[in-house]
Design a protein around this ligand. Structure first.
Ligand code: URA
Length: 274
Protein backbone atom coordinates (compact mmCIF):
# COMPACT_ATOMS: atom_id res chain seq x y z
CA UNK A 1 0.00 0.00 0.00
CA UNK A 2 1.37 3.45 -0.85
CA UNK A 3 1.76 6.09 1.84
CA UNK A 4 -0.92 8.19 0.17
CA UNK A 5 -3.53 5.41 0.14
CA UNK A 6 -2.67 4.41 3.72
CA UNK A 7 -3.13 8.02 4.73
CA UNK A 8 -6.39 8.22 2.85
CA UNK A 9 -7.67 5.05 4.53
CA UNK A 10 -6.61 6.34 7.92
CA UNK A 11 -8.36 9.64 7.27
CA UNK A 12 -11.54 7.82 6.21
CA UNK A 13 -11.44 5.62 9.30
CA UNK A 14 -11.17 8.66 11.50
CA UNK A 15 -14.00 10.44 9.71
CA UNK A 16 -16.18 7.42 10.30
CA UNK A 17 -15.22 7.05 13.94
CA UNK A 18 -18.14 9.01 15.28
CA UNK A 19 -20.74 11.53 14.35
CA UNK A 20 -20.31 14.34 16.83
CA UNK A 21 -16.52 14.61 16.92
CA UNK A 22 -16.61 11.82 19.45
CA UNK A 23 -17.29 14.25 22.27
CA UNK A 24 -20.91 14.81 23.08
CA UNK A 25 -20.70 17.08 26.09
CA UNK A 26 -18.01 19.35 27.36
CA UNK A 27 -18.76 21.45 30.45
CA UNK A 28 -18.83 25.08 29.43
CA UNK A 29 -18.63 28.38 31.16
CA UNK A 30 -20.98 31.20 30.16
CA UNK A 31 -21.14 31.29 26.37
CA UNK A 32 -18.35 33.50 25.14
CA UNK A 33 -16.53 33.62 28.46
CA UNK A 34 -13.29 31.78 29.02
CA UNK A 35 -12.98 29.89 32.30
CA UNK A 36 -9.66 30.96 33.72
CA UNK A 37 -7.71 28.86 36.15
CA UNK A 38 -5.07 30.38 38.36
CA UNK A 39 -3.14 27.12 38.04
CA UNK A 40 -2.66 27.41 34.30
CA UNK A 41 -0.52 29.69 32.20
CA UNK A 42 -2.52 32.27 30.25
CA UNK A 43 -2.34 30.44 26.95
CA UNK A 44 -3.75 27.26 28.45
CA UNK A 45 -6.50 28.86 30.49
CA UNK A 46 -9.40 28.52 28.11
CA UNK A 47 -12.21 26.02 28.32
CA UNK A 48 -11.79 23.14 28.12
CA UNK A 49 -8.45 22.64 29.74
CA UNK A 50 -7.03 19.55 28.13
CA UNK A 51 -5.06 17.07 30.16
CA UNK A 52 -2.25 17.15 27.62
CA UNK A 53 -1.23 20.26 25.67
CA UNK A 54 -3.23 20.69 22.48
CA UNK A 55 -0.80 22.17 20.03
CA UNK A 56 -1.24 22.75 16.34
CA UNK A 57 2.42 22.58 15.48
CA UNK A 58 2.08 23.86 11.97
CA UNK A 59 0.20 26.89 13.09
CA UNK A 60 3.17 28.68 14.57
CA UNK A 61 3.17 32.40 13.80
CA UNK A 62 5.20 31.83 10.68
CA UNK A 63 3.95 34.82 8.78
CA UNK A 64 3.93 38.55 9.20
CA UNK A 65 0.56 39.98 10.29
CA UNK A 66 -1.82 39.64 7.41
CA UNK A 67 -3.72 42.88 7.72
CA UNK A 68 -7.21 42.71 6.31
CA UNK A 69 -7.13 45.63 3.95
CA UNK A 70 -10.29 47.49 3.06
CA UNK A 71 -13.21 45.63 1.47
CA UNK A 72 -12.52 45.38 -2.24
CA UNK A 73 -16.05 46.50 -3.05
CA UNK A 74 -18.39 48.32 -0.64
CA UNK A 75 -21.37 46.01 -0.30
CA UNK A 76 -23.87 48.82 -0.96
CA UNK A 77 -22.45 49.35 -4.45
CA UNK A 78 -23.07 45.78 -5.57
CA UNK A 79 -25.90 45.30 -8.03
CA UNK A 80 -28.90 43.30 -6.86
CA UNK A 81 -31.93 43.46 -4.61
CA UNK A 82 -31.12 40.43 -2.50
CA UNK A 83 -28.02 39.20 -0.70
CA UNK A 84 -27.91 36.28 -3.16
CA UNK A 85 -27.80 38.68 -6.13
CA UNK A 86 -25.19 40.89 -4.51
CA UNK A 87 -23.02 37.86 -3.72
CA UNK A 88 -23.29 36.73 -7.32
CA UNK A 89 -22.28 40.21 -8.50
CA UNK A 90 -19.34 40.13 -6.10
CA UNK A 91 -18.27 36.72 -7.37
CA UNK A 92 -18.20 37.99 -10.97
CA UNK A 93 -16.21 41.09 -10.01
CA UNK A 94 -13.81 39.02 -7.92
CA UNK A 95 -13.04 36.72 -10.84
CA UNK A 96 -12.19 39.74 -12.98
CA UNK A 97 -10.31 41.84 -10.48
CA UNK A 98 -8.82 39.94 -7.52
CA UNK A 99 -5.11 40.73 -7.72
CA UNK A 100 -4.22 37.37 -6.22
CA UNK A 101 -6.58 35.15 -8.18
CA UNK A 102 -6.06 36.85 -11.53
CA UNK A 103 -2.28 36.40 -11.15
CA UNK A 104 -2.56 32.75 -10.11
CA UNK A 105 -1.54 30.35 -12.87
CA UNK A 106 -1.69 27.05 -11.03
CA UNK A 107 -5.38 26.70 -10.18
CA UNK A 108 -8.19 25.08 -12.13
CA UNK A 109 -11.21 26.76 -10.56
CA UNK A 110 -11.87 29.76 -8.39
CA UNK A 111 -13.56 28.59 -5.20
CA UNK A 112 -15.64 31.62 -4.25
CA UNK A 113 -17.62 30.00 -1.41
CA UNK A 114 -21.04 28.47 -0.97
CA UNK A 115 -24.02 28.28 1.34
CA UNK A 116 -26.83 30.52 2.45
CA UNK A 117 -26.31 34.17 1.43
CA UNK A 118 -28.16 35.06 4.64
CA UNK A 119 -26.30 32.67 6.94
CA UNK A 120 -26.01 33.56 10.61
CA UNK A 121 -22.93 31.34 10.84
CA UNK A 122 -19.98 31.61 8.48
CA UNK A 123 -16.90 29.37 8.39
CA UNK A 124 -13.63 30.69 7.01
CA UNK A 125 -10.97 28.17 5.98
CA UNK A 126 -7.51 28.64 4.53
CA UNK A 127 -7.53 27.96 0.81
CA UNK A 128 -8.89 25.41 -1.65
CA UNK A 129 -7.02 22.11 -1.78
CA UNK A 130 -6.87 19.63 -4.62
CA UNK A 131 -10.49 18.43 -4.31
CA UNK A 132 -11.84 21.95 -4.02
CA UNK A 133 -9.73 23.19 -6.93
CA UNK A 134 -11.12 20.39 -9.06
CA UNK A 135 -14.77 20.89 -8.09
CA UNK A 136 -14.88 24.67 -7.54
CA UNK A 137 -16.54 24.08 -4.14
CA UNK A 138 -15.08 24.71 -0.68
CA UNK A 139 -14.34 21.88 1.76
CA UNK A 140 -15.29 18.83 -0.28
CA UNK A 141 -12.28 16.58 0.49
CA UNK A 142 -11.57 14.70 3.75
CA UNK A 143 -11.33 17.99 5.71
CA UNK A 144 -14.70 18.90 4.22
CA UNK A 145 -16.22 15.67 5.46
CA UNK A 146 -14.99 16.51 8.94
CA UNK A 147 -16.36 20.05 8.60
CA UNK A 148 -19.72 18.60 7.54
CA UNK A 149 -19.74 16.55 10.76
CA UNK A 150 -18.87 19.62 12.78
CA UNK A 151 -21.72 21.59 11.18
CA UNK A 152 -24.14 18.73 11.81
CA UNK A 153 -23.00 18.40 15.41
CA UNK A 154 -23.84 22.09 15.86
CA UNK A 155 -27.38 21.42 14.65
CA UNK A 156 -27.00 23.11 11.26
CA UNK A 157 -26.87 21.81 7.72
CA UNK A 158 -24.33 22.84 5.13
CA UNK A 159 -27.08 24.77 3.36
CA UNK A 160 -27.79 26.81 6.52
CA UNK A 161 -24.28 28.17 6.83
CA UNK A 162 -21.81 29.86 4.47
CA UNK A 163 -18.33 28.45 3.84
CA UNK A 164 -15.50 30.52 2.36
CA UNK A 165 -11.72 30.66 2.47
CA UNK A 166 -9.01 33.26 2.94
CA UNK A 167 -7.78 32.47 -0.59
CA UNK A 168 -10.19 31.67 -3.38
CA UNK A 169 -7.61 29.90 -5.54
CA UNK A 170 -5.40 26.96 -4.59
CA UNK A 171 -1.84 27.95 -3.72
CA UNK A 172 0.91 26.01 -5.53
CA UNK A 173 1.72 22.75 -3.68
CA UNK A 174 -1.01 23.59 -1.15
CA UNK A 175 1.38 25.85 0.68
CA UNK A 176 0.19 28.19 3.42
CA UNK A 177 -1.06 31.52 2.04
CA UNK A 178 1.55 34.28 2.16
CA UNK A 179 0.52 37.48 3.95
CA UNK A 180 0.40 39.46 0.68
CA UNK A 181 -1.87 36.82 -0.87
CA UNK A 182 -4.10 36.73 2.20
CA UNK A 183 -4.40 40.49 2.13
CA UNK A 184 -5.17 40.69 -1.60
CA UNK A 185 -7.82 37.97 -1.55
CA UNK A 186 -8.93 38.86 1.99
CA UNK A 187 -10.27 42.20 0.72
CA UNK A 188 -12.82 40.21 -1.26
CA UNK A 189 -13.61 38.06 1.73
CA UNK A 190 -14.33 41.29 3.61
CA UNK A 191 -16.87 42.28 0.93
CA UNK A 192 -18.35 38.79 1.08
CA UNK A 193 -18.78 38.99 4.85
CA UNK A 194 -20.31 42.48 4.53
CA UNK A 195 -22.93 41.15 2.09
CA UNK A 196 -23.80 38.04 4.12
CA UNK A 197 -23.80 39.85 7.50
CA UNK A 198 -23.37 36.69 9.65
CA UNK A 199 -23.88 36.82 13.41
CA UNK A 200 -20.72 34.82 14.02
CA UNK A 201 -17.57 33.85 12.14
CA UNK A 202 -15.68 30.63 12.83
CA UNK A 203 -12.03 30.90 11.79
CA UNK A 204 -10.73 27.44 10.89
CA UNK A 205 -7.01 27.30 11.55
CA UNK A 206 -4.19 29.79 11.82
CA UNK A 207 -4.30 31.68 8.51
CA UNK A 208 -8.03 32.46 8.81
CA UNK A 209 -7.75 33.47 12.46
CA UNK A 210 -4.67 35.59 11.78
CA UNK A 211 -6.31 37.38 8.87
CA UNK A 212 -9.61 38.04 10.62
CA UNK A 213 -8.05 39.08 13.92
CA UNK A 214 -5.03 40.88 12.45
CA UNK A 215 -2.54 39.06 14.59
CA UNK A 216 0.58 36.94 14.32
CA UNK A 217 -0.43 34.77 17.25
CA UNK A 218 -0.85 31.08 16.44
CA UNK A 219 -4.15 29.23 16.56
CA UNK A 220 -3.16 27.20 19.61
CA UNK A 221 -3.21 30.39 21.64
CA UNK A 222 -6.09 32.04 19.80
CA UNK A 223 -8.59 29.22 19.84
CA UNK A 224 -11.50 29.19 22.23
CA UNK A 225 -11.43 32.93 22.94
CA UNK A 226 -13.68 35.43 21.18
CA UNK A 227 -12.28 38.08 18.89
CA UNK A 228 -14.08 40.59 16.65
CA UNK A 229 -14.04 41.36 12.96
CA UNK A 230 -15.00 44.87 11.91
CA UNK A 231 -16.24 45.52 8.40
CA UNK A 232 -18.42 48.38 7.18
CA UNK A 233 -21.07 48.91 9.89
CA UNK A 234 -20.55 45.42 11.38
CA UNK A 235 -18.60 44.18 14.37
CA UNK A 236 -18.86 40.39 14.21
CA UNK A 237 -17.74 37.94 16.92
CA UNK A 238 -15.03 35.57 15.69
CA UNK A 239 -14.41 32.16 17.23
CA UNK A 240 -11.01 30.75 16.21
CA UNK A 241 -10.66 26.98 16.29
CA UNK A 242 -8.47 24.27 14.86
CA UNK A 243 -8.75 23.47 11.16
CA UNK A 244 -10.66 20.25 10.36
CA UNK A 245 -7.54 18.92 8.60
CA UNK A 246 -5.67 19.30 11.86
CA UNK A 247 -8.47 17.50 13.70
CA UNK A 248 -8.02 14.62 11.25
CA UNK A 249 -4.27 14.57 11.75
CA UNK A 250 -4.48 14.75 15.54
CA UNK A 251 -7.70 12.94 16.29
CA UNK A 252 -7.15 12.92 20.03
CA UNK A 253 -9.82 13.41 22.71
CA UNK A 254 -8.17 16.69 23.69
CA UNK A 255 -8.22 18.18 20.20
CA UNK A 256 -11.79 17.01 19.60
CA UNK A 257 -12.93 18.37 22.96
CA UNK A 258 -11.26 21.71 22.25
CA UNK A 259 -12.93 22.03 18.85
CA UNK A 260 -16.29 20.92 20.17
CA UNK A 261 -16.05 23.48 22.94
CA UNK A 262 -15.35 26.25 20.41
CA UNK A 263 -18.16 25.13 18.12
CA UNK A 264 -20.69 25.13 20.95
CA UNK A 265 -19.76 28.71 21.81
CA UNK A 266 -20.16 29.68 18.14
CA UNK A 267 -23.47 27.84 17.88
CA UNK A 268 -24.85 29.64 20.94
CA UNK A 269 -23.71 32.99 19.52
CA UNK A 270 -25.38 32.19 16.19
CA UNK A 271 -28.67 31.56 18.02
CA UNK A 272 -28.39 34.58 20.32
CA UNK A 273 -31.38 36.85 19.93
CA UNK A 274 -33.43 34.27 17.95
N1 URA B 1 -9.06 23.40 3.45
C1 URA B 1 -9.43 24.70 3.48
O1 URA B 1 -8.93 25.48 4.26
N2 URA B 1 -10.38 25.07 2.63
C2 URA B 1 -10.98 24.25 1.79
O2 URA B 1 -11.86 24.68 1.06
C3 URA B 1 -10.57 22.91 1.81
C4 URA B 1 -9.60 22.50 2.63
Amino acid sequence: MTDASAEHRAARAMIETDALLGVSEVPLGRAGAAVVSADLPEEASRVPRPSAPVVETDDAPTSAPCGRGEPAIPSATLEGDSQAERLEALSVRHADACVHCVASTTHRNIVFGEGSPEASLMFIGEAPGEHEDRSGRPFVGPAGEKLDQMIKAMGFTREDVYIANVLKTRPPENRTPRPDEAKACGRWLASQIAVIRPKVLVALGGPAAQLLLETETGITRLRGAWGRYEVEDLSIPVMPTFHPAYVLRRYTPDVRAAVWNDLQLARDMAHAGD
